[in-house]
Ligand binder design. Structure first.
Ligand SMILES: [Zn+2]
Length: 420
């Protein structure tokens, strides 16, 4: 039976640190229990208060209350956070993968582990305050209250401040696990960063990703190797590419872009195609959730009922429906940006291949299936031309990240790719 860290691909150093912290955390709990027993036996003894201190977290032992997991998308930030949360709830303090604490945490049903996954573009202050409040309660399982904040870089400033207060004076049994791309001040505020221990994850090597696809997901070795390379170290994306024909089709359409850029008109057409494909992909991913949520809310509010009571409920419900629509719109926007970003990463991989070929660098191509095309590009453009095109793709990603309208950014990129 693999333990909870088994799926953390290619992150040996981080795993060593997290195991050590989990062991230290278990020791804290044991010391706390021992101190309570001592205090109970010798009540009125002045040393009882000192003994109670034995149940406090001492950062020098490897355990601490606030952590940040950083690394590129797909490196396993949330996988690492969840595994660590499981190790903290593990009855053996190791993340054995077998005890109820491990099971419930990995299965997302542990009452003392909360995963915050922002669906919109940001995590608001209201959500954060409610979370901090609940995190302060005593863990029902007697171990730790763990709050995992995925995409902590999407905290609003006010939400960040609410979180900071909790991290500055953490309740004795509460642990905050934050995930962010980096510790750059754009991603995480300097004050929050200064109170957290940072666990840097690296982009896992393709061989390690392929290995986990074969072992865990039962994917054929040759498919796993291709998908791991094409996904550029992104474990989740590699799995999708290996399993989902639609995802493969979308990737092929993106990689056909360089061939299609034969003129200004073609560049604009390619921009439209890319945007519309991202919109379609995003819509497919959120429509079902939207419909379910709306139906659930309408049922809860008594829509479809008759009589005066139902009519009154519907009037009060208008505000709630509006709130839901706002949330759904924010989620749709984010899904579109994520889909577009995946496409841009694929495209960047193509021009990176052209660049490394032009430089005759001894590295394996990202996209083995378009390597010949990238090779032709390398001959035609030279290293500088390939580099300019790669930079155009990266500039487009940066522009969208900085809130430039996606269509404008993508059109500018396509024109730059065509002109070189
Ligand atoms: Zn366990």
């Amino acid at each position: 039976m693999p333990d909870v860290f088994a799926d953390l691909v290619g992150q040996d150093e981080a795993v060593v640190e997290l195991r050590r912290a989990a062991a230290a955390a278990a020791a804290v709990l044991r010391a706390g229990a021992a101190a309570l027993v001592t205090a109970g036996r010798a009540s009125g003894d002045a040393s009882a208060a000192d003994d109670a201190q034995a149940g406090a977290v001492d950062p020098s032992t490897g355990m601490t209350h606030a952590w940040i997991f950083t690394g590129p998308p797909g490196s396993g930030r949330s996988v690492a956070a969840r595994a660590f949360a499981a190790a903290l709830q593990c009855a053996h303090g190791t993340g054995c993968g077998e005890c109820p604490g491990c099971h419930t945490t990995m299965g997302a049903t542990n009452a003392d582990v909360r995963m915050v996954v922002p669906e919109g573009l940001s995590i608001g202050v209201g959500e954060m305050r409610a979370l901090v409040l609940r995190a302060a309660s005593t863990p029902s399982g007697g171990r730790w209250q763990v709050v995992v904040i995925e995409d902590a870089d999407r905290l609003t400033e006010a939400a960040g401040n609410a979180l900071l207060k909790a991290i500055e004076e953490p309740p004795p049994r509460t642990v905050f696990l934050l995930c962010a791309p980096s510790t750059h001040p754009d991603d995480i505020s300097v004050t929050i960063r200064s109170r957290c221990r940072v666990v840097p994850l690296r982009q896992p090597p393709a061989a390690a990703v392929a290995e986990v696809l074969v072992r865990r997901d039962g994917i054929a070795p040759d498919v796993a190797q291709w998908a791991a390379a094409a996904a550029q170290g992104h474990v989740g994306r590699a799995r999708r590419l290996a399993r989902d024909p639609e995802a493969r089709k979308r990737r092929e359409a993106v990689l056909a872009v360089p061939r299609r850029l034969t003129g200004v008109g073609a560049a604009f057409d390619a921009a439209s195609a890319l945007i519309e494909a991202a919109e379609a992909e995003a819509e497919a991913s959120v429509t079902e959730a939207d419909t379910t949520e709306r139906a659930a809310l309408e049922t809860a509010l008594g829509a479809g009922g008759t009589g005066r009571g139902a009519a009154g409920a519907m009037r009060g419900a208008a505000g709630q429906l509006k709130e839901l629509e706002k949330r759904q719109k924010s989620r749709a926007t984010r899904a579109q940006r994520d889909a577009l970003d995946r496409a841009l990463v694929d495209l960047a991989g193509f021009y990176r291949d052209a660049l490394t070929m032009a430089l005759r660098a001894p590295v394996a191509p990202v996209h083995t299936d378009t390597a010949a095309l990238a090779g032709a590009g390398a001959q035609k453009w030279d290293a500088e031309g390939a580099l300019r095109r790669l930079e155009a793709v990266l500039a487009c990603r940066a522009a969208i990240e900085a809130n430039v309208k996606p269509r404008i950014a993508v059109e500018a990129m396509m024109l730059a790719l065509w002109k070189g």
